[in-house]
Design a protein around this ligand. Structure first.
Ligand code: PLP
Length: 420
């Protein structure tokens, strides 16, 4: 399907009067509509809740907006817990899905009353050492082997550092019961950025069967199944997009096949989606600074991998639209680059685009998740701003761009002085 940006050149020209490029812009209307579609797709499940994976877009304005749509937060670190707390998201509106967890982080999660998702059986003692254990505890499962959908291997859980084996999980339940735990959750994250509607239902079936076995073996009350993240988005125009209604129905069928006959129809379904909630509703807006022609044709932007690392890090595809040239023929081929002294700092390689001129403004699509937040300061490059576009066309700066003084702020420096 043709990808069209959610902003026009006119809107961006209005915004750049006060906020210079590069910046990520987020589409409030799109975020809200998508969050509602998710909620409707799982409305058949009484306890359904999405815990937005904070790491994907750790901006309090985004967390607040999602909270208004009924979402909680999935946090993995102390800092992410502080973000949730600042927005007023506490208690069972937080899922704490961490690994290699420092004591400080676990204490903070307990203080906020979050659901605790234990990455390993050894964390039972770690948790007990910090004080009374909560009434409900979630356990992260790793089935090992490979995870396939039909003939396609999606990922290799046996190579993943997360979660525990089924035996360990059973042992953890028994020990937690002795410590007074009454209710349990089960969590697994087995494949990332899946663009098939089959992933969630297959994962759900695996976890539902595990829940039945666990209940039979230990008598444990399974309160929720956390399907975690992993629903992907159509980064490429030719890719199919997931259909969240079909996914919700697929999970429902497995629920009614496996949990209902086992008398377990009070189990709530949780999700910890990041990419699916935000990626399509963010775009990186950047201006063409230079053009050069050597063995290839290059377009150099004011944004670089510091603003969006996925292409450099994973070779990820992000679609690009030249604003104002949405319908022009794609009769030129460019490498679109940033200015890092790293040859992998390319947003696109040999991409067909319309003719580009210095000063043109590009929209790099699907940067709403794992975009700004993955940025870094290599080469003294500074991360750009974040802007929230409201449904009525007004906009707010929700994070200013970094300045050189931010870059120097962590130097405990009496010997040198910096001037902006
Ligand atoms: C990264 C992560 C998520 C979100 O993953 P997406 O691919 O963005 O949906 C959810 N839960 C945990 C524990 C994660 O590490």
């Amino acid at each position: 399907m043709k990808k069209t940006p959610f902003v026009t050149l006119e809107k961006i020209q209005e915004i750049t009067k006060t906020i210079p490029t590069p910046f990520h812009i987020y589409d409030e209307a799109g975020i809200r509509a998508n969050a509602r579609a998710l909620r409707e797709a799982f409305a058949w499940n009484k306890g359904f809740k999405e815990y937005f994976a904070v790491k994907a877009t750790p901006n309090p304005y985004i967390l607040k907006l999602l909270h208004e749509e009924g979402c909680g937060c999935d946090c993995a670190t102390y800092t992410e817990l502080l973000l949730a707390e600042a927005v007023g998201i506490t208690g069972h509106d937080i899922m704490f899905s961490s690994n290699v967890t420092p004591e400080l982080d676990m204490r903070k999660a307990r203080e906020l009353g979050a659901y605790i998702n234990l990455d390993d059986a050894t964390y039972v003692d770690f948790l007990a050492k910090l004080g009374p254990v909560p009434e409900t505890v979630c356990l992260r499962y790793n089935p090992g082997g490979s995870f396939s959908l039909g003939n396609t291997i999606m990922d290799m859980p046996r190579d993943a550092k997360y979660g525990m084996t089924e035996d360990q999980l059973g042992g953890a339940v028994l020990r937690l019961q002795k410590l007074g735990v009454k209710h349990f959750g089960i969590h697994a994250f087995l494949a990332s950025n899946t663009t098939t509607n089959e992933y969630y239902p297959e994962l759900a079936a695996k976890l539902f069967r595990l829940a039945v076995r666990l209940k039979n073996a230990t008598g444990a009350h399974i309160a929720f199944i956390n399907l975690s993240g992993g629903i992907g988005v159509d980064y490429r125009p030719e890719q199919p997009a997931c259909d969240i209604r079909v996914i919700g129905q697929g999970v429902r069928e497995k629920y009614e096949q496996i949990l209902t006959p086992a008398g377990m129809d009070d189990v709530a379904i949780f999700s910890e989606l990041g990419r699916f909630m935000l990626a399509p509703y963010g775009e990186l807006i950047s201006t063409v600074l230079h053009q050069k022609h050597i063995y290839r044709e290059y377009v150099g932007l004011d944004a670089c991998a510091a603003d969006l690392m996925r292409p450099a890090m994973y070779g990820a595809y992000h679609h690009i639209t030249v604003l104002g040239k949405e319908d022009a023929v794609l009769d030129h081929v460019y490498d679109v680059t940033g200015g890092l002294c790293e040859n992998n700092d390319k947003f696109a390689i040999e991409r067909s685009l319309p003719e580009i001129r210095v000063g043109d403004i590009l929209a790099i699509h699907d940067t709403g998740a794992h975009g700004h937040c993955m940025g870094y300061n290599y080469n003294g490059k500074l991360r750009g701003a974040e802007v929230l576009l409201h449904p009525d066309g007004s906009f707010d700066l929700i994070r200013r761009a970094e300045t050189p003084m931010d870059y120097f702020a962590t130097l405990d420096c009496t010997e040198f002085s910096f001037h902006n």
